[in-house]
Structures are given as C-alpha cells and as structure tokens.
Ligand binder design. Structure first.
Ligand code: TMP
Length: 226
C-alpha cells in the first residue's frame, strides 16, 4: 500500500482486521469501553460504514443477489464509502483529539478485493492508498483458522454475502492479511483470536500498552469480563 503519511494527530487511529467470525466487532467495543474507562475520548466506527452515505453503500454492497456485481464495481463502492468516512468522520474526530477505533479499513480492501477477488494487486493498492489518504497508527489483525470463524458466524446466524463465499476465498483473504502483516510489521500486530473474549481483550490491551504507550498517561488495565 502506498503510504500517504500519518494523520497529524495527537490521538491514534487504530483499526481491527480479521476474517469472518474473528470477533473484531466485540473487541472494538471492549477496547473503546476500556479507553473510555481510562478517561480517553473515543470514536468507535466501522467500514464499510460510519457515515450516512457509507452506511447506505454498506447496505448496497453487502446485500446478496443472484446477479453479483463485477468485483471492480465492488472495489469502487468500498473506496467511495471510505473517502466519505475519512473526510467526514475520521479526520474530524482525530482533529478533535479523539482516539478513533475502526472495525476494518484499507487492509480489508487489499485482503478481500486483491487477494480474495483476485483483482490486480498493484491497482487495488494504488487506488486504496489514494482513496484513504491516511494510514492507521496501529492495526490489530485478529487471526484464527477459517473453519473456526465460519462456525462462529453460522452459530450467530447472520451471514452476509461474504460469509457465504467458499472456503478457498476466505483462505486467500487470510493469506492476504498474513502477507500485509509480514510487509508492515511496525504497524500490523497479529493477535491470536482463537481464545475466549476475555483472553483476546487482554492481548489487545497488552498490545496497546506496548505500542501506543506515548499516547497513554497510565497503562490500560483490561476490563473484567464475566
Ligand atoms: P463485517 O462488518 O462483518 O466485517 O463485514 C464487512 C464485509 O465487507 C466483510 O465481509 C469484508 C468486506 N469488506 C471488503 O470486502 N472490502 C473492504 O474494503 C471492507 C472495508 C470490507
């Protein structure tokens, strides 16, 4: 991915990434609650989504159908949603001194559209870098075996169009994230997402304390989870 530079922020922009069923939405919420409990101001958001326009695009792109759109159209819809989200929500939140925690961002586009859908990687990377215009300070890559993730999604019973893709697609997505993690070791930290909610939350708190200590007054302590 091209690096258009970090946002000039005094608070960090953190993203969570992972394959389906990895638990990142729960973990994003717990991290936001944990930071709030430590008196930080947080804006927790998600992609695709986070603004009215981007949420409308989310409905469009995630609703299934018998006549799937071309992967290029899908890519451009994700990027249109992202641009709106960055300009209208993420950058203003960082400028206002909020920690921004985002469930998925540009790495998802590389993993899903380039590796999963097999679109030309350098083209996807260029467009993605330009559309986002910012790079997260820290990305938590919640890794777990594909079968475990899809089992969790099946138990939840809320599969979307991507959850219904075949195993090889998800394996390519996972390989894409592993590739990105190896390529950007300073930014992307792999978290073992096989454990229970409390164990994964504890790992994430440890990563924040280690990698973002300069943004913290005191180290975070993990929330107590029953
Ligand atoms: P999620 O909210 O459950 O993570 O669902 C979002 C879906 O959208 C997920 O299957 C991954 C997919 N996605 C992409 O394919 N490309 C992207 O750039 C983003 C942000 C998400």
């Amino acid at each position: 991915m091209t690096d258009p530079g970090l946002p000039p922020a005094h608070t960090p922009f953190i993203t969570l990434e992972g394959v389906e069923g990895c638990g990142k939405s729960t973990q994003a919420r717990l991290l936001a609650d944990c930071l709030t409990a430590h008196r930080h101001t947080v804006d927790q958001t998600r992609e695709p989504g986070g603004t009215p326009l981007a949420e409308a695009i989310r409905n469009l792109v995630l609703s299934g159908g018998d006549d799937p759109m071309p992967p290029e159209s899908e890519l451009l819809l994700y990027l249109a949603a992202r641009r709106d989200h960055v300009v209208r929500r993420i950058q203003p939140a960082l400028a206002a001194g909020k920690w921004v925690i985002c469930d998925r961002f540009s790495d998802a586009t590389i993993a899903y559209q380039a590796f999963g859908r097999k679109l030309d990687r350098s083209w996807v990377e260029r467009l993605t870098g330009e559309a986002a215009g910012i790079v997260p300070h820290l990305t938590l890559w919640l890794d777990l075996p594909i079968k475990t993730g899809l089992q969790r999604v099946a138990e939840r019973g809320d599969a979307n169009r991507f959850d219904q893709e075949k195993i090889p697609f998800h394996e390519r997505v996972r390989a894409g994230y592993n590739h990105l993690a190896a390529h950007y070791p300073d930014r992307i930290v792999t978290v073992d997402a096989r454990g229970c909610v409390a164990q994964v939350h504890q790992q994430i708190v440890n990563v924040i304390n280690q990698h973002l200590s300069h943004y913290l007054n005191d180290p975070l302590s993990a929330l107590a989870i029953e």
